[in-house]
Design a protein around this ligand. Structure first.
Ligand code: SAM
Ligand code: SF4
Length: 474
């Protein structure tokens, strides 16, 4: 009954999601070409959109205007962020859970789920396996359970950073776990985390109550809604929002996300660093209600509209989606993807190519190796990046930096992407991927102006090739 105890929400502890207001706003929209083009122009000028403006995009159905929204999202992504895609992998630490979320196989009522929490030794084994594939950035994922308290999470983060294998190391650890209190976030901050992600799952109150039983911790809508506000108040400066699309009408959920982003921006001076938009997947012991499932076309609309509405945030497209969908949707504003992912506990060392449903949270759509994903990205003209330079240089919010500081991408992001790619090519790539990668590095270098900076970069790339240096960044 934890949801009923007097929990501290945040200093701005009011419910800023009014369902009737948002639904009314959607119904009121009569988007016409002039208004949609004005809104698109605002976004292309790099200004975040209001909830009302987002509602107009969401309610746009005329095929030619929807195409204009797609084109604008592509353009914004290309103009602002360029062709880089940041790569990471999820690492599931424990699947015990006190909650009973109807959509998740880790729910406590799923008695067939094989429960497990990785020991420190097992965590190190998983990290070694990930490092040996070339990963540098991880997100640690936890169920909600007394044993996954802030100290445990912080100790796990430290263990990950301390694990080295050959030339491998993890340079940035993000977290996806339950919302904490202020003290909890402060404890985790000390371990040096990147982004703390909490997905509201659904912003629609009635649906939230239906899928998160009231007698569970997660049943407390407001405590979760204020989870990231408390994180800011406790000193974290990098947070990620998300919705589990498929629980309620996607149009409403997009307005919920934008309202949340504006709330954070207004009260804490910083918006979300990332936005995630997982789609509901089949899962062991879960019966999916099909009413609000999002098809591929509407999913593309969601990504494009989020790109335009919150132009400074990084957008994360996960391996829940199959390779074809990922490939097709990448261009509409995605900045980060996971690759080579396994979500079974111990999955990076213990399971083969098949997925084991009784051991994982949901079924993944893309289980290709990191190397295969790297090759495809580069063949499609993307520049894969493992860069962690902003975080390690004390520059908060890497995507925000790229977005807001003129010249930042040229000076930092592209060179750092090239340095981390070169490391990958030397240390981990298959021969085929290496060939594609070397051509891409040469092509990207060709785009840079000659001068001292390019000379320095070429020198550093040569040092990586000669195995004289690693982990060099601007
Ligand atoms: N237990 C923590 C929580 O609920 O916040 C950590 C996150 S949970 C392990 C990771 C995320 O997976 C959830 O926030 C939810 O959005 C997503 N998820 C759960 N079940 C899913 C399903 N069947 N398909 C796709 N995503 C799912
Ligand atoms: Fe537990 Fe999170 Fe799954 Fe809910 S979504 S059952 S809280 S692991």
């Amino acid at each position: 009954m934890c949801g009923m105890t007097a929990k501290k929400l945040s200093s701005k502890d009011y419910d800023f999601i009014n369902d009737d207001h948002l639904l009314g706003m959607l119904l009121r929209q009569r988007p016409d070409a002039v208004r949609i083009r004005e809104i698109i122009a605002k976004s292309l000028a790099k200004e975040p959109l209001t909830v009302e403006e987002t509602a107009a995009l969401v309610m746009t159905e005329q095929p030619e205007l929807v195409e204009e929204i797609f084109a604008a999202a592509r353009h914004l992504k290309q103009q602002v962020y360029g062709n880089r895609i940041v790569l990471f992998a999820p690492l599931y630490i424990g699947n015990n859970c006190v909650n009973d979320c109807t959509y998740c196989s880790f729910k406590r009522s799923n008695k067939e789920m094989q429960r497990r929490t990785l020991t420190p030794h097992e965590v190190r084994e998983q990290v070694v396996a990930l490092e040996n594939k070339g990963h540098k950035r991880l997100i640690l994922v936890f169920g909600e359970d007394r044993r996954y308290d802030p100290r445990f999470i912080a100790d796990t983060v430290r263990a990950v950073y301390a694990t080295r294998s050959g030339r491998g190391e993890i340079r940035r650890v993000n977290i996806n776990a339950a919302p904490l209190d202020h003290e909890g976030y402060a404890t985790i901050k000390e371990a040096g985390i990147g982004t703390y992600q909490i997905f509201q799952e659904t912003y629609h109150h009635r649906t939230y109550a239906q899928v998160h039983p009231a007698n569970t911790r997660k049943g407390d809508y407001l405590y979760r809604l204020h989870g990231l506000s408390r994180a800011f108040e406790a000193g974290l400066d990098d947070v990620g929002l998300g919705v589990l699309f498929g629980l309620y009408d996607w149009r409403f959920e997009v307005l919920g996300l934008v309202s949340h982003a504006l709330h954070l921006q207004h009260h804490y001076g910083v918006g979300p660093h990332t936005i995630s938009f997982p789609r509901l997947r089949p899962a062991h012991g879960v019966e999916v209600d099909p009413r609000h499932l999002v098809d591929d076309f509407d999913f593309k609309r969601i990504i494009a509209i989020l790109r335009l509405a919150v132009p400074y945030a990084g957008l994360i497209l996960t391996a829940r989606e199959n390779p074809e969908v990922r490939r097709a949707l990448m261009a509409f504003g995605v900045s980060q993807i996971d690759a080579g992912s396994r979500i079974e506990l111990g999955g990076y060392t213990e399971v083969g190519d098949a997925q084991v449903m009784e051991r994982e949270q949901f079924c993944l759509g893309d289980i290709r190796s990191l190397d295969e994903v790297m090759a495809e990205l580069m063949e499609d003209g993307y520049l894969p990046s493992f860069c962690t330079s902003c975080y390690r240089s004390g520059r908060t919010g890497e995507h925000f930096m790229e977005f807001s500081i003129p010249g930042f991408i040229k000076e930092f992001c592209t060179p750092n992407a090239l340095l981390t790619l070169q490391e990958y090519l030397e240390d981990y790539a298959s021969p085929g991927t290496r060939t594609v990668g070397e051509a891409l590095v040469a092509q990207e270098l060709g785009k840079l102006e000659d001068g001292d900076f390019k000379k320095t970069l070429c020198g550093r790339l040569a040092d990586i090739r000669k195995k004289k240096s690693r982990d060099s960044y601007f």
